[in-house]
Design a binder for this molecule. Structure first.
Ligand SMILES: Nc1ncnc2c1ncn2[C@@H]1O[C@H](COP(=O)(O)OP(=O)(O)OP(=O)(O)O)[C@@H](O)[C@H]1O
Length: 224
């Protein structure tokens, strides 16, 4: 089946536009993300990357255009979409008053799976420390450990996953992203840094900004 066929697409975005505080962040944004597709959203600070991700996960309903999951539009498909979604936001969702093991348990991981995931992100020995006593990079690793759990959901939406990671952490994450894609998973993420990932496609949000002189419509992009 061709990667860009309607039936094979996981996430479809059609003519998406969004504004905040009277300012249009992006307009005419269309893309299709199939299984094994990876898309990096790029743009300057304040360009609207986080707003776009929050729109894609169904947390911001004030947009124009259409978002479809598995061929069915939001909001009707949101329950099925959320079953397939692993979202790690800017603030990473790590509870400081819990340990790394307890944080992963909160997401449903058993002790054995959580320990293996924490080892993968090089947090062995820190599993019982309170996260509020760990560094920024270690807390980011706790959040990212969810990507190393078995049976991770098929769609990853990640806001700045590389932020605060050291060189080894970036390499480990890129490796796990490649594994996920090889298993038929898909991902959309923001990053100000280049990400080494075969087949990775990119969108510059500035290309979808609207100014007073010209409305840019980027056309349909198919990634995978
Ligand atoms: N709820 C909101 N109310 C008003 N303005 C908002 C809201 N959310 C975002 N904005 C504005 O929209 C713009 C885009 O914000 P966003 O966080 O999406 O940018 P970003 O591209 O992710 O930036 P960065 O690279 O700095 O993280 C900013 O100017 C921000 O102030």
């Amino acid at each position: 089946m061709p990667a860009n066929s309607e039936s094979h697409s996981l996430l479809q975005v059609r003519n998406l536009s969004c504004q905040r505080d009277g300012r249009r962040l992006f307009a005419g944004l269309s893309f299709t993300l199939p299984a094994s597709g990876a898309l990096q959203i790029e743009g300057a600070n304040g360009a609207g990357k986080t707003t776009l991700l929050r729109t894609l996960i169904g947390s911001a309903g004030d947009y124009d255009g259409q978002i479809l999951w598995d061929g069915r539009p939001f909001p009707a498909s949101l329950p099925q979409f959320r079953e397939s979604l692993l979202y790690i936001g800017h603030r990473a969702g790590v509870r400081g008053g819990l340990t790394p093991l307890e944080n992963l348990a909160w997401y449903g991981a058993n002790r054995s799976a959580a320990m293996q995931a924490l080892e993968q992100v090089d947090l062995f020995g820190f599993e019982d420390s309170l996260c509020q006593n760990l560094s920024a990079g270690q807390n980011r690793r706790v959040a990212l450990a969810r990507l190393f759990l078995p049976d991770a959901p098929s769609l990853w939406i990640l806001d700045e996953p590389l932020a605060a990671l050291d060189v080894a952490g970036v390499a480990a994450l890129q490796g796990q992203m490649a594994v996920h894609l090889s298993r038929g998973g898909a991902m959309v993420f923001t990053s100000h840094q280049p990400v080494a990932l075969a087949g990775l496609q990119g969108i510059q949000l500035a290309d979808f900004a609207v100014d007073e002189l010209a409305e840019s419509a980027g056309g349909e992009h198919v990634f995978g």
